[in-house]
Design a protein around this ligand. Structure first.
Ligand code: NDP
Length: 400
């Protein structure tokens, strides 16, 4: 029984908040703190009367460490769950240190002016968190998040050593728009328009954006085109999974999405360099975000399934072994349950579970840690219980 503070009230936060409210035994109190407090108030009004969790709301600018520290000190949560944007990770980590509270997020820090996401900025807080006796749990979404938990689980129960991991993120949902993104458009487009890369034999191999394409026949979804991207969990898994020789990340994209993206890139609309427009500086990508559909409105229109998981190849008792662990999630079922589509759902559920692991003391390790550094079993059980059941297949189809 305790109090969590959730920062941000967008698509992912909305799901995590619904899930905390379903789990009142652990989350007896919840403070929703975000930039636009009217969104927090609207969600509070929707949920009150359906839950035993006591909800409060607050306006906060999470870029402002002093303001946020004062709010955390006033609200006294046990855990702060950061579901704002990657730009706020460091200021929220600073405020948690100042207020003496554990920290959880779902995406690693990214400076606003360079689309480069790396763990080095957050790993630099290790000593300070250790000294303060606080835990920072990094990357508790689906990918990163569940993909790291799947990796730790595979290592614990199926392998003596894992040599190859392919993370496959398939969204076969159809929202009926020619072009829309399933989470924050600015963050999503920065991610997919960057160069790809993968980890092989101890170093990074860089690729052009969307240079490597494969087709994979996803269970319960069917064959889909997927493209190799850089993704943040590759960096931590390369360090934390002993014996690893190669890790790659693939995401599915439809032709319509890619054609629109190429066109937007060609005309300069995905640029993050500010330009002068009618006497005012604007960032083209932020303007594009303003005209695209808000991902939180896609829920009622999206049909189909997601399938996200990892293929592991390694050794057990001297013999080669291959397994695939994945979750399938149905957009319409997610919408019926919490009013959001499956991309927000598959992120918001593990965010709630990560906060729960710290809140009830299941995971407690002072310092700054990636999710695969903890015992995966309680998290895997919680995924089954809280809406993201998973399957393990032996000898799956492989990606060449
Ligand atoms: P949204 O844009 O929908 O929501 C972000 C929220 O943060 C908004 O409510 C916004 O406020 C608030 N916010 C932004 N800046 C500040 C600030 N300075 N102070 C206070 N609040 C602020 O994003 P999503 O819900 O789609 O994504 C949330 C996070 O989840 C992102 O970091 C994203 O990268 C991550 N993510 C992780 C995934 C995973 O699997 N690991 C998958 C998908 C997303 P306002 O309402 O005023 O705009």
């Amino acid at each position: 029984m305790g109090k969590v503070m959730i920062i941000g009230c967008g698509g992912v936060a909305s799901v995590a908040i619904h899930k905390c409210c379903q789990n009142s035994e652990v989350f007896s109190e919840l403070c929703i703190a975000s930039r636009t407090v009217s969104k927090c108030d609207a969600l509070k009004a929707k949920l009150e009367g359906t839950t035993r969790t006591k909800i409060t709301t607050a306006q906060v600018d999470a870029d402002n460490v002093e303001e946020l520290t004062a709010l955390i000190q006033k609200e006294k949560p046990q855990v702060v769950l950061n579901l704002a944007l990657p730009y706020q990770d460091l200021t929220i980590m600073d405020a948690c240190l100042a207020a003496g509270v554990d920290y959880v997020d779902t995406a690693n820090y990214e400076p606003e002016d360079t689309a480069k996401f790396e763990y080095k900025w957050q790993w630099a807080y290790r000593e300070r968190y250790e000294k303060a006796g606080l835990t920072a749990l990094l990357g508790s979404g689906f990918d990163p998040g569940v993909t790291g938990v799947f990796s730790a689980y595979a290592l614990k129960h199926y392998f003596d050593e894992i040599n190859y991991i392919d993370i496959l993120d398939c969204n076969a949902g159809d929202h009926g728009y020619p072009f829309a993104t399933n989470f924050n458009p600015e963050i999503n487009i920065r991610e997919v328009s960057a160069n790809g890369s993968y980890w092989e034999d101890g170093h990074w191999v860089e690729t052009k954006p969307m240079e490597i394409k494969r087709v994979y026949n996803f269970p319960e979804v069917g064959p889909k085109d997927m493209y190799l991207l850089h993704h943040e969990e590759l960096e931590s898994l390369a360090l934390n999974i002993p014996g690893i020789k190669r890790i790659r990340f693939f995401m599915t994209f439809g032709e319509s999405y890619l054609t629109h993206l190429r066109c937007l890139e060609n005309v300069g609309m995905t640029s993050i360099k500010p330009i002068l427009f009618e006497g005012k500086e604007i960032v083209p990508l932020q303007f594009l975000k303003a005209v695209l559909p808000d991902p939180s409105t896609l829920g009622p229109r999206t049909k189909g399934k997601t399938n996200i998981g990892c293929i592991f190849i390694g050794k057990k008792d001297g013999k080669e072994r291959k397994i695939y662990i994945y979750n399938v999630c149905d957009h319409e079922k997610c919408y019926a349950e919490v009013g959001s589509q499956a991309v927000a759902y598959t992120t918001g559920v593990p965010a709630m579970i990560g906060a729960m692991m710290l809140m009830n003391g299941t995971w407690k390790k002072a310092g700054v840690h990636n999710i695969e550094e903890f015992d995966p079993d309680p998290f895997m059980d919680a995924l089954n219980r809280w809406g993201l059941p998973w399957k393990v297949i032996e000898d799956p189809e492989l990606v060449d």
